[in-house]
Design a protein around this ligand. Structure first.
Ligand code: PMP
Length: 352
């Protein structure tokens, strides 16, 4: 299952989540029919938040929230909370998701797009740009799902760093404390659709004059320990199970090792092939979404049919890039990539 999102989850998580729908922790009730302010659910929320703190090695200033609405809500909630009408925020434009974040930020203040890779259909990560020191913050998309590019190094800009990490959250070791805000829709690398992880340095809140609706104000969510209103309980439960699985399997360090192995195997196969070609610049290739094409479009269609016949799911590329995209999230086993590579070779040999 190479789906880009919602995407593969560990089998153990699916089994545990199914059990909880029927009978949660031997309570005789489903996780779907208990109050969120019961000890049963409060312990789920607490465990999920503390696992994130532990796995990301967060300091005391960083708070962990599980909010509603997916990453798209953060495109708006970030500037609503952090950018005053007369202030300017710096944004990187590395593709569709960055563009959407820029559009929303413009509703609240000024936006300075400090770099873009648009002229090459976003197939690389911009370098050598400057972020003015008076920018309120600098926002980037750490991994670009559609184009298969990823920031392997984060620029030192001297301003507050904010990242949409929807794709590569918990997939590699990073100094997460160096970010003032990180957000990620759960449905790619850490759970089920319906919730959104927000990691926020609490010191950046409360610095603007705008009145913020209660449900949109990060300070209220921090104060209420992510229980301001009814949270998306099932999605948070699945995230908690996925975080437990991640910890049991060696944490972020082991995930990174496995992810490197998987990406290397697939990119090597593509680079050594005479019919498949990777689309992103080599140094900026994503370890999470591997995008590749063929010169011959009729052959592309044939390979998609062949993949389907061989039970390979979710490798059709996004329409803006075409070809194929294999997503290699944490839960995807190495054996799936080995199988894909075998089948690619088999297809290629049959066309020789
Ligand atoms: N950011 C990135 C990098 C994404 O890949 C996506 C979804 N594909 C989004 C944001 C939007 O996420 P959501 O649908 O959870 O709002």
């Amino acid at each position: 299952n190479f789906n880009a999102g919602p995407s593969i989850l560990p089998q153990a998580v699916l089994e545990e989540a199914s059990k909880a729908v029927a009978n949660f922790n031997n309570s005789g009730l489903s996780i779907l029919e208990i109050g969120h302010r019961t000890p049963l659910f409060e312990s789920v929320m607490e465990e999920a938040r503390s696992l994130v703190k532990e796995l990301m090695n967060l300091d005391e200033d960083h708070e962990v929230l599980f909010l509603h609405g997916g990453a798209t809500v953060q495109f708006m909630q970030v500037p609503m909370n952090l950018l005053d009408t007369n202030e300017t925020a710096a944004y990187a434009n590395t593709g569709v998701w960055g563009i959407k974040a820029i559009k929303e930020a413009k509703l609240f203040g000024n936006v300075n797009v400090v770099c873009t890779s648009e002229e090459k259909n976003f197939n690389y990560i911009p370098k050598n740009f400057t972020v003015p020191g008076d920018s309120k913050y600098f926002h980037l998309t750490s991994n670009n799902t559609i184009y298969g590019t990823q920031w392997h190094q984060f620029p030192k800009t001297g301003v507050s760093l904010i990242a949409d990490m929807s794709i590569d959250i918990l997939s590699r070791k990073l100094d997460f404390n160096s970010f003032d805000l990180i957000y990620a829709g759960a449905q790619k690398n850490m759970g089920a659709a319906g919730t959104n992880l927000v990691v926020i340095n609490k010191n950046i809140t409360g610095k603007i004059s705008r009145a913020i609706p209660s449900i949109m104000d990060y300070r209220n969510h921090i104060k209420e320990k992510s229980m301001l209103n009814t949270p998306p309980v099932f999605a948070i439960y699945v995230s908690m199970l996925t975080l437990r699985w991640l910890k049991e399997n060696g944490g972020v360090e082991q995930m990174e090792k496995r992810n490197n192995q998987k990406a290397e195997l697939l990119y090597n196969a593509i680079d050594n092939s005479s019919i498949f070609k990777a689309t992103a610049e080599k140094e900026d290739r994503s370890k999470m979404n591997v995008c590749f094409v063929m010169d011959d479009q009729t052959l592309e269609k044939k390979f998609l049919d062949f993949a389907k016949e061989n039970n390979i799911y979710g490798i059709k590329g996004h329409r803006l890039v075409g070809g194929f995209r294999a997503s290699l999230y944490n839960a995807l086993p190495l054996s799936s990539v080995q199988y894909l590579v075998e089948k690619m070779k088999e297809f290629e040999d049959s066309k020789a």
